[in-house]
Design a protein around this ligand. Structure first.
Ligand SMILES: Nc1ncnc2c1ncn2[C@@H]1O[C@H](COP(=O)(O)OP(=O)(O)OP(=O)(O)O)[C@@H](O)[C@H]1O
Length: 574
């Protein structure tokens, strides 16, 4: 039953075995009652043909009882099956989501978020639907098919054999349709997730779209994708539209044939008329299960594409490995050392070459250099977003590969260029990642970050809700929230990626003042774009093409009249 890609669902299915067992018990209960109905129909026919009202009423009463029991079992199987399948969906979703969070930022640099969202929602829902149908209706239909076939065989084997001649033909047809449906469905699913990826990308960058007056361009791009999606869906639905009439027509023909053969058997004296009624009722009862088996088999095949897409994500291995014996990094003083570090994002394209750098606790280091020199890469290695291919990065003398990533990152505060605000209150945003909010600590951090005043002026203060992208705060305010977020953890090491975009002078001054306060007594790496920051740094590291060309204070480097002096003249003299 669990074949191919579906096997990967095993851990999730196994966790729900008690519910599947309960479903199965109800299914068996239901199926046992099914052959009773054609039997009762035969008895009722005899009673009616004999004009016996009491007998008719007796058999009808029994039929009502059978229907009642049947429907109680039906309720049971539906409820347990839906419980089981929804729990499978939940477990699978949690499993995949947690797995994605184990992947490094290198994966997310290229992954399309819309596509990921589609796989986590639509694809997993479809899987749940199939699990539901397969565990309940499908099994029930297969059992009904078996039980009813045995029953009609018992009633008259010649008629049954005649009816069964057509069954293999139907089976073959159904599987043929199934294979083609799987292929079409794969295409349709991937079209749908491209569409979802496109929307996420466009709505996520709506400012750029509007700034470039590219709405028409985007609508055209969307229409093209949507049209492809329509075509792929149509092909799948069209095939289904052919399948049902074909199977239905074959069913109708087989029933006509049975009437003919039944009449012939009665004329030969091999069959009683009431047995023919039972036989035909049983055959009619067979049609629905056969239809459902075909339908569910199609859904099963179509959804295999979703299973593949979900487990494609599970198959992606994290590139960052944590040693089994990794220790928790004790509270550090903030000494950072790069020892002969070589690093490349892609093989054959070195970004850092034999980089050596020693930063003492409390030093503020400005990383300066042309775009693409490797400034971000240096801090990426410190936060261990990547591991170097050669050499070591050490904090307080400990190689980063020997400590757990969490214990390292808890001691590093990062203020990125662009601040992302998550949907939630300002307090939740400052205490991002913490479940217990300490409002005093949050306010203290906000004061250091020069954010307390503007937050207090908002009518709801720290409880003010900010949108997904924090559209209702200015750039400077967002930066100060980011600073407060970094400060709250009281990290020994800070990484500041100075924003290149200009703020108005008042906001700028507030941000600068906050940053200076935050950097006191902390080791800080600043990817510096502003002259004021560079001048105040204890040390400037001037990088070009992944190598440290010059290092020293601003005055020292200007006096050297080397590459830094040239760069400085180009960048800031005007
Ligand atoms: N995820 C990545 N995959 C592949 N190459 C990358 C990746 N990130 C950066 N690079 C490349 O590595 C080199 C160094 O990039 P890095 O971002 O460290 O430079 P930078 O000095 O911070 O530049 P900028 O000032 O423009 O941000 C560049 O050539 C860049 O194209």
């Amino acid at each position: 039953m669990i074949a191919g890609s579906y096997r990967q669902l095993w851990p999730d299915l196994r966790s729900q075995w008690p519910n599947f067992l309960r479903t199965f018990v109800c299914v068996v209960g239901y199926v046992v009652t099914v052959p009773l109905l054609p039997y009762l129909a035969g008895q009722v026919t005899t009673a009616i043909s004999q004009g016996d009202v009491r007998q008719t009423a007796y058999w009808m009463g029994l039929a009502v009882l059978v229907f009642l029991i049947q429907n109680i079992f039906l309720y049971g199987e539906k409820v347990w099956a839906i419980r089981a399948s929804l729990s499978v969906v939940l477990r699978l979703r949690q499993r995949v989501y947690a797995h994605l969070h184990r992947l490094g930022i290198d994966y997310f640099a290229t992954a399309k978020t819309g596509d990921l969202a589609y796989r986590l929602t639509e694809d997993i829902d479809r899987i749940g639907e199939v699990v539901n149908k397969m565990s309940q209706q499908f099994i029930s239909c297969v059992l009904q098919l078996i039980v009813l076939t045995v029953y009609i065989f018992y009633l008259n084997w010649q008629l049954t054999l005649a009816g069964l001649i057509i069954a293999p033909l139907m089976g073959w047809l159904i599987s043929l349709f199934g294979q083609r449906l799987l292929m079409l469905s794969r295409r349709s699913q991937s079209e749908m997730s491209s569409l979802s990826a496109l929307m996420t990308e466009v709505f996520g960058s709506i400012r750029v779209v509007q700034a470039f007056a590219a709405q028409d361009y985007e609508v055209a791009r969307f229409s093209q994708e949507a049209e492809q999606n329509r075509r792929a869906r149509y092909r799948t639905e069209h095939l289904t539209a052919i399948q049902y009439p074909v199977v239905g027509f074959l069913e109708a023909i087989s029933i006509m044939l049975l009437f003919l053969l039944g009449g012939w058997q009665i004329s030969l004296g091999n069959l009683q008329p009431q047995a023919l009624v039972s036989f035909l009722v049983a055959v009619v009862l067979l049609i629905h299960p056969i239809d459902l088996i075909a339908q569910h088999y199609n859904a099963y095949k179509q959804t295999e594409a979703s299973v593949e897409r979900v487990f494609e994500l599970m198959a992606i291995a994290p590139t960052l490995h944590q040693n089994a014996d990794a220790i928790t990094l004790p509270r550090v003083t903030g000494k950072v050392e790069y020892r002969h570090v070589d690093f490349a994002y892609e093989p054959g394209k070195p970004v850092l070459r034999d980089l050596c750098l020693l930063v003492e606790p409390g030093q503020v280091v400005a990383l300066v250099g042309p775009s693409g020199a490797g400034k971000t890469t240096i801090v990426n290695l410190l936060a261990r977003f990547y591991d170097p291919q050669a050499g070591q990065v050490r904090v307080d003398g400990v190689d980063l590969r020997q400590v757990t990533v969490t214990s390292l990152r808890r001691q590093i505060g990062i203020v990125p260029q662009e601040t992302t605000l998550f949907s939630g209150t300002l307090a939740q945003n400052i205490a991002y990642g913490q479940t217990e909010l300490d409002y005093d600590a949050i306010a203290a951090a906000a004061k250091i970050a020069n954010a307390h005043d503007f937050i207090s002026q908002l009518s709801q203060g720290y409880h003010t809700w900010v949108g997904e992208r924090g559209v209702n705060l200015s750039g400077g305010q967002r930066q100060r929230i980011a600073i407060a977020r970094a400060v709250l953890l009281n990290p020994r090491i800070l990484i500041l990626d100075e924003a290149t975009s200009a703020l108005d002078s008042e906001s700028e001054a507030l941000v600068q003042e906050a940053l200076e306060r935050v950097m006191q007594n902390r080791t800080a790496f600043v990817i510096a774009h502003r002259l004021s920051t560079i001048r105040r740094a204890n040390r400037i590291i001037f990088l070009e093409q992944g190598e440290i060309l010059e290092s020293g204070t601003h005055d020292e480097l200007i006096a050297q009249a080397g590459r830094y002096a040239q760069f400085y003249a180009q960048q800031f003299k005007s």
